[in-house]
Design a protein around this ligand. Structure first.
Ligand SMILES: NC(=O)c1ccc[n+]([C@@H]2O[C@H](COP(=O)([O-])OP(=O)(O)OC[C@H]3O[C@@H](n4cnc5c(N)ncnc54)[C@H](O)[C@@H]3O)[C@@H](O)[C@H]2O)c1
Ligand SMILES: [Zn+2]
Ligand SMILES: [Zn+2]
Length: 361
């Protein structure tokens, strides 16, 4: 018998989301049924409902979640009913060329649950990022569940499932930020501020936050920025060079994803430095750079998918750091809301009033 639960659905492009009855099958082979306890509202959920990701409406939104495993299907051994887990977007295959090279964070053949969740009339839903967790119970591939310390509040633990992990990983995994490095982060929303927090944990000594919104810069200071730059009024490249002895930063993270911010990142890094693009560009945007500068400046221009994270390594570690008071995950939770408040949370996000609204179920 499928489970009948309430969830947040985007039925049509641009239409406000609605709370609907959703039918969730019992877990089949390799699947897990998770009782969702909390799920953050991420910019990507809004992109889905605006039709910016694909046209596979209706979408079941929510993908930044923590909860308790309620049941597992045949063959599942890594998680069991009662486990407190953080969900990730995709279970890795273990067999593709990336996995076989020992780089599972690049896995080119990831998977989600095989069975589909539906509306009451049988219409199949497309779960956001293969999760769909503004929902009392969701069905995922068991490999999307990572066990963490159950002493952590679900509202904070769930944030590791997307934006916070993407930001920390962009700095630490992709950018390889280390002790004594200088780092600049352009765009200090949930992702950029997490890159700042990650840089502090990794031992960076100069951490420069750039945003056009003063509120974001204030939050960035709280999370570890040593300097802030107003991207709306100041010359971003000149200021970052000035704050790094005239040279530029070792690592510059672009957490916006526009040509102008990427160019700032490109010119604001030191010789042989690294640019990390974690902001997702619009599909039709192009970038122009003088090729001689690409060569002459050396270093690396990298993109960061999901912070190049390895959930089994990174989620429990970050929860431990949080529990030890060394990583302020609480600072990312601006408000907790109910399942009926997602549309209002999108508005607050648009106005820049929150780092994260978190739905508590
Ligand atoms: N690569 C990944 O795996 C991954 C994962 C999650 C999110 N993302 C992407 O990361 C980006 C940031 O996500 P978020 O949740 O932090 O969004 P957000 O909207 O909360 O934050 C974006 C920030 O950029 C600032 N900004 C906008 N234009 C700017 C400019 N010209 N200069 C400086 N700052 C500027 C805004 O004021 C805001 O603070 C998005 O593109 C999102 O899709 C990527
Ligand atoms: Zn693989
Ligand atoms: Zn997200």
């Amino acid at each position: 018998m499928p489970h009948e639960v309430q969830g947040v659905v985007a039925r049509r492009k641009g239409a406000p989301v609605t709370v609907e009855t959703v039918l969730v099958p019992d877990p089949g082979p390799g699947e897990a049924l998770v009782q969702v306890q909390a799920c953050g509202v991420c910019h990507t959920d809004l992109h889905y409902r605006e039709g910016g990701i694909s046209d596979d409406f209706p979408f079941l939104l929510g993908h930044e979640a923590a909860g308790v495993v309620e049941a597992v299907g045949p063959g599942v051994t890594d998680v069991a009913p009662g486990d407190f887990v953080v969900l990730n977007w995709r279970a890795v295959c273990g067999r593709c060329r990336a996995c076989l090279k020992g780089k599972p964070w690049y896995c080119f053949d990831t998977h989600n649950a095989t069975q589909r969740m539906t509306l009451a009339d049988g219409t199949e839903l497309s779960p956001a990022l293969g999760i769909g967790a503004f929902l009392e119970k969701t069905l995922v591939a068991a490999g999307q569940c990572t066990k963490v310390d159950p002493a952590a509040e679900p509202a904070v633990a769930g944030l590791l499932g997307c934006g916070v992990m993407a930001g920390i990983g962009a700095a630490v995994n992709t950018g390889n930020v280390g002790r004594g490095d200088s780092v600049a982060v352009i765009g200090c929303g949930g992702v950029g501020n997490a890159a700042i927090a990650g840089s502090r944990i990794a031992g960076a000594t100069t951490i420069i936050a750039v945003d056009v919104d003063a509120r974001k810069l204030e939050w960035a200071r709280g999370l570890g920025a040593t300097h802030t730059v107003d991207g709306g009024t100041e010359d971003v490249v000149a200021r970052i060079r000035e704050l790094t002895g005239g040279f530029g930063a070792d690592v510059v993270v672009d957490a916006v994803g526009r040509p102008e911010t990427y160019q700032q990142a490109f010119y604001a890094r030191d010789l042989a430095g690294t640019v990390v693009l974690v902001g997702v560009p619009a599909p039709d945007v192009t970038l122009e750079l003088p090729m001689i500068e690409v060569f002459g400046r050396g270093g690396a221009l990298k993109s960061s998918w999901y912070g190049d994270c390895l959930p089994s390594r990174d989620f429990p570690t970050l929860i431990d750091l949080y529990r030890q008071g060394r990583f302020d995950l609480d600072a990312f939770v601006s408000e907790t809301i109910g399942i009926g408040d997602v549309e209002a949370a999108f508005e607050r996000m648009r106005r820049g009033e929150v780092l994260r609204s978190v739905v508590v179920l």
